[in-house]
Design a protein around this ligand. Structure first.
Ligand code: MEV
Length: 308
């Protein structure tokens, strides 16, 4: 039987915020993650020349290339693929843009090769892509970009969806970009130099996730805010905060946020703040004098096929 394949296809995937547990998730501790309503769309065409092309140039050393190559290897498609990436997710600031691009690229390649999105294949392919830019990706970014919603992710156990009582989150972009791989290496150095303390930090982080789940159940937003600050202090201790992050957090707290912390790899990038609905305007206004602010929806839809 001749498989049903396509000449052109499109798909989209969401960005993400890690609400709790980034970096420690690399060491197999649980993290809480949510997809956001900023998406990347990737259009793909069969191309007569072999390889993966962005427009009319070959894409080298790019997570998307690796992800698409993986799909082509596994599905045995012989033609090349040409991609067009349209992203609303700011890059290199902790919102998962590289993972989402890899996921949507692999999904469009899957549509071209198989006529459908093989979600398991896409997750594996995107993780291969992430290995190009990360030292040791936990898989959290690619998993949430495929699955969407909100959930707990643990490296050894995968993803389980949960309902979270937060609909929206305020994101402050410090404007400073950084490389995830460098931040992951920084934490590894800390862990090697401070073995005992690092294992205490990991235990504290695991406890903290359970406290967050309890606070979610009892809708205790003050407690959730407090736990964000505890998580932030652990991240600061392992070396991934920055002056901009600390400044953004202070601005948010002074303006009345329940809590705030870096999200993603840190070293710059974005800060998330939990703010009561009626204080949103005041908090956004006082931060926007200094930094870019976005109000984003949480638990957004995961990977999906799009019309082309
Ligand atoms: C990056 O979004 C999250 C990190 O924990 C790295 C990873 O989990 O692969 C910093």
């Amino acid at each position: 039987m001749v498989p049903l394949t396509m000449e052109k296809a499109a798909s989209s995937a969401p960005g993400k915020v890690i609400l709790f547990g980034e970096h420690f998730v690399v060491y197999d501790k649980p993290a809480i993650v949510s997809a956001i309503n900023l998406r990347v769309r990737v259009e793909a065409w069969r191309y007569e020349k072999p390889g993966v092309w962005l427009g009319y140039r070959t894409l080298v050393d790019h997570p998307s290339t690796r992800a698409v190559e993986y799909v082509l290897e596994k599905t045995g498609l012989m033609s090349g693929i040409r991609l067009k990436i349209l992203s609303k997710i700011p890059a290199s600031v902790g919102l998962g843009s590289s993972a989402s691009v890899s996921v949507a690229s692999a999904a469009s390649a899957s549509l071209i090769s198989l006529g459908r999105i093989d979600r398991e294949l896409v997750e594996k392919a995107a993780l291969e892509g992430e290995k190009i830019v990360h030292v040791n990706p936990s898989g959290i970014d690619t998993t949430i970009a495929v699955r969407g919603g909100s959930g707990i992710y643990r490296r050894s156990r995968g993803f389980s969806s949960i309902d979270i009582p937060l609909k929206k989150i305020l994101i402050i972009d410090t404007g400073k970009t950084r490389r995830t791989g460098e931040m992951v290496s920084r934490v590894r150095e800390f862990s090697e130099k401070n073995k005992e303390r690092f294992s205490e930090i990991l235990s504290r982080e695991e406890e903290l996730i359970n406290e967050v789940l309890d606070a979610f159940k009892s809708l205790d937003f003050e407690k959730i805010g407090e736990l964000m600050l505890v998580n932030q202090s652990l991240l600061k201790e392992v070396g991934v905060s920055s002056n901009e992050i600390e400044e953004a957090i202070k601005l948010a707290l002074d303006a009345g946020a329940y809590g705030a912390k870096l999200t993603g790899a840190g070293g710059g990038g974005c800060v998330i703040c939990l703010v009561d609905e009626d204080k949103l305007e005041k908090v956004s206004k006082s931060i926007s004098n200094k930094f870019k602010v976005y109000l984003t929806e949480l638990s957004a839809e995961g990977l999906r096929e799009e019309k082309i």
